[in-house]
Design a protein around this ligand. Sequence first.
Ligand code: GLV
Ligand code: MN
Ligand code: MN
Length: 431
Amino acid sequence: MRDLHTSSTALAASTSLAADDTTLLEDFATLSAFGATPGGGVDRQAATAADGEQRAWFHRWLTAHGAEVRHDRVGNQFGLFTVAPGAPYVLTGSHLDSQPLGGRYDGAYGVLASAHAAYRAVERWGAQDARPKYNVAVVNWFNEEGSRFKPSMMGSSVFTGKLDAETALATTDRQGTTVRAALNEIKTVGDYAGPDVAAYAEIHIEQGRELEDQGITIGLVDATWAARKYQVVVRGEQSHTGSTVMADRHDALFGASLLVVAVRELAERSTDVPLHTSVSEMTIEPNSPVVVAREVRLHVDLRSPDEAHLDAAARQLAESIPGIEERASVTIERVRTHGWGVAPFPAAGVELAARAADDLGLSHRTMMTIAGHDSVNMKDVAPSVMLFVPSVEGISHNEGEFTDDRDVRAGTDLLTEVVHRLMSGALDDVR
Ligand code: GLV
Ligand code: MN
Ligand code: MN
């Protein structure tokens, strides 16, 4: 077991930061050590040993700061600061799980900032000898990344009723391990139904480079791009790479390759409206040097701020499939597995955060989120505020992900302010 605040001694010594800020940065250094990779990132995919270790550390952090820790049946981890017994909770959080060879900030920054913001807000209410209208709770959503178990945003999808808990628990990784078995392995699972949520707040790194390019500290998310994700299976026939005559081949990998190109060309042709497209995961059977592939599974990810345009792109992709089937002599099955629409975050929440940023002297602008976040689910069930801090060079899902300490601190200060205001019922008119 690690100490609660093991971290770089240089950090505290070299700065004249307020005690709160020093603790925040020390905690972030501690958190970044779980699943640390040689390239400076982290690898702690959902319900792996590294995820279990960081969850245990976070449990201890929450308990040491006065929160009660509870887990629901899909591994969402809640830290409840109850200061107004019987009242609903302002919920704030993000996710601690990462992509394979991911960055230190994606999700983890938001969870830690939320923990500090909740603690500071509670302290502030106490110092004012005042009782807020709402309690505050911190959440570490299970499996936001969707890398080990699909789909992404799994924990918040179950919490918001968009995904059945049994379906989530029965989902398997590539080795056939279920979410249920993996969660039992790391022992952060329970039967808590979750708090009654009055409002939700999340902070995250931008994962793009607009804030950095414009020298702005805070992004106020006013809407989300739409996303469509598909599982595609290309079926051919296993044969000999050397002896099978070309005309007789049913090469699933050739068919898959044509599909990869078709997906990329959708974005290349979309010159007027932004469209981001990728084939992001591929499994090849039998994946053997002297064998023509019999089956390839691909994951296709399409995104745009214009939903009609996204649907048109998805149609074009569907229309390209018969030609690919004929050329590669394969069959292709395509199933839509996950997605969300272009949808706004409540304007009153954007306004609340803008005023709080003004009061702290932080520059800000509104922007859409391209990446999915747990707030994309939460905004459909509770008034939600989503904040961004800059990502250096927009690097994301990469060990090189970086956000300056100054922005780490500024975002946490702002989140504290937002949480404090939400605890007094500032978004009660939004429903
Ligand atoms: C999740 O993070 C997504 O962008 O799909
Ligand atoms: Mn994230
Ligand atoms: Mn991510």
